[in-house]
Design a protein around this ligand. Structure first.
Ligand code: SF4
Length: 332
């Protein structure tokens, strides 16, 4: 489990790589974004070794929990890159301990991403858990006068791969206390509209339903990352899905980070089209496989975009000729 990571959105402001920290490993699949989970592939490949004795089964790594307290140089840390911290097999006392380390290791900035939005919201709004986190943080050396909740050095995010999961996960995120909230739209599997009615409203009570679009106090997530899928079974992402998120971020003042296009590109590669490998993709996500492609003359009318499998490196990170690497303005 390499601690130094090349994940683009975990790098530090000076461009140096950040770290991963895995006090838990293992998980189970919960939504479409999990289908080709890289963590499962790696953990199962090394099942039975020292690194992953139990493969992708959920496993507490007690020897790792205090690692960030030993790292002297301030860095960005991606928490649980090989698991999901709010998985129901992870005991809440253990989750409290991990939060206590983040509270005590104030020099670092932690990025925590989950697909278990409901458990995240309920635990982090529970005064008894917050108390537990505080007490454990003081026990790990945090001066009492430096305790703050929400943790100022924690960026909390949810995965949003389709509109369905945007509708389900964004609202709980906005109802959870966090210094920075972000969305990870990767792997992006369909068009996503960020309906601002799903965002947290400090003025109106959500118990009665959504806040209306006229509310002057609407706020949005601070940061959005998107990207296409990589790996052997990677699904293609329509470039219009990225364009739409980029434009919505601009309209709503959300920092936008385009991580990668994935294995596929809509730019004709040097190798030229290959009817055995290439596909056509409709904006709604419908994939026309080789052998089922309609004639090229129909593609424009049917808004089909040709997608070429060129590999992650060749597909690159540019969207309409430039990269998008914004980070949220609030930093620890
Ligand atoms: S939640 Fe994350 S770690 Fe867990 S199976 Fe899904 S993609 Fe993998």
């Amino acid at each position: 489990m390499a601690e130094i990571t090349t994940i683009e959105w975990t790098r530090n402001d000076d461009g140096t790589p950040g770290r991963t920290w895995n006090p838990v490993t293992g998980c189970t699949k919960i939504s479409a974004g999990c289908d080709n989970c890289y963590a499962e592939t790696i953990a199962e490949r090394f099942r039975g070794t020292v690194a992953f004795p139990k493969g992708f089964d959920v496993q507490i790594r007690a020897d790792k929990v205090n690692d960030p307290l030993k790292w002297r140089k301030p860095t960005r840390v991606f928490v649980n890159s090989m698991s999901d911290l709010f998985h129901n097999e992870i005991d809440q006392a253990w989750i409290a301990d991990i939060f206590a380390v983040m509270a005590a290791a104030q020099r670092h900035t932690f990025q925590l991403l989950t697909k278990r939005h409901a458990r995240m919201r309920s635990l982090l709004n529970d005064p008894a858990i917050v108390d537990q986190i505080r007490n454990r943080a003081l026990g790990k050396g945090l001066p009492a006068d430096q305790w703050q909740w929400p943790l100022p050095n924690l960026w909390l995010g949810v995965s949003v791969e389709t509109q369905q999961w945007a509708d389900i996960r964004i609202r709980p995120l906005m109802q959870t206390p966090a210094a920075v909230r972000f969305l990870s739209c990767e792997p992006l599997l369909g068009p996503v509209k960020l309906d601002r009615r799903h965002t947290h409203c400090p003025t109106h009570d959500f118990a009665g339903g959504f806040c209306t679009g006229e509310c002057p106090d609407l706020i949005t997530p601070d940061w959005l990352i998107d990207g296409g899928e990589s790996g052997r079974k990677a699904r293609p992402a329509h470039p219009d899905w990225f364009r739409s998120l980029r434009d919505q971020c601009q309209d709503y003042g959300v920092a936008y980070f385009h991580k990668q296009n994935g294995e596929w590109t809509s730019q004709t590669p040097d190798r030229g089209p290959d009817p055995k490998r290439d596909i056509a993709l409709l904006n709604d996500g419908t994939v026309h496989r080789p052998g089922q492609l309609p004639p090229r003359s129909e593609w424009e009318d049917r808004q089909l975009v040709p997608m070429y499998r060129v590999g992650k490196k060749a597909a690159g990170r540019e969207l309409d000729g430039r990269t998008h690497d914004a980070f949220p303005a609030v930093t620890a």
